[in-house]
Write a protein that binds this ligand. Sequence first.
Ligand code: G
Ligand code: G
Ligand code: MN
Ligand code: NA
Length: 253
Amino acid sequence: LALENELRQALQQQEFEVFYQPRLDVATGRLMGAEALVRWRHPERGLVDPGTFIPACEDSGQISKLGAWVLEQAARQQLHWRQRGWALTVSVNLSPCQFADPALLQTVQAIVLETGCDPQDLELEITESVLLGHDEHTVQVLNALRDMGFGISIDDFGTGYSNLAYLRHYPITVLKIDRSFVDEHSQARPITGLIVTLSRALGLRVVAEGVETVEQLDWLRTQGCDEFQGFLVSPPLSVTAFEGLLKACDPHP
Ligand code: G
Ligand code: G
Ligand code: MN
Ligand code: NA
């Protein structure tokens, strides 16, 4: 309960901050986009990772509010960068709990109107668990988000449900390969080739996560993977640090 109150207060007192991890084209190394990842700048505990407070937000019914705040920040940031000549696709994580909220669509529509963002410049990351129920409500919400223009990616792809038939029932645009399949020491590495083949067959883009070494990147290139993110290039960065990277990539866009 203490953490619950603390989180509510943190939202009011603007203690949350959005970090961005760059996403690059595998073939050219060009900067294509960024994943928005929330952080909590706690007055005493410093920068707190989401792994500790996102579950608490989900359990206490505050994730819709926090999720909406992150989406709004990301939308404004995308517009700001676009106006300065950096055309980036910004992706935002949606918690499965946000799909249980009947107000999700209304909330997203209000953010689009308020910010004036173009949903085609944004991508919503969902997990396979969102698709498991296969309920009509989820299908309708995802179709509506896709119709608005949002890209829809499946995060941590390959770690959830093994029935791939569901992919055809949802308006998915991107598969994000879980980092466990990218690791050269993993027995599961051949799965990556399968996911790339699968995404080609379905007309989806494919993004590898957790790329930490040049060997992994070279290997992803041979697999025909489209984009990647990971510590090899950069961890998630504050806006200031991310803009430093933008200027280093292209000082006069
Ligand atoms: O950098 P990393 O520690 O940021 O993220 C840890 C986990 O927290 C990841 O699984 C990530 O998807 C999740 N996460 C980060 N930001 C958000 C967010 O804004 N919303 C949701 N639902 N999850 C997030
Ligand atoms: O579940 P999701 O994919 O949204 O989580 C993103 C998480 O992965 C964040 O915690 C982020 O900090 C972390 N991450 C990003 N790049 C790397 C990487 O190259 N290696 C590892 N181990 N974690 C990474
Ligand atoms: Mn993600
Ligand atoms: Na992921």
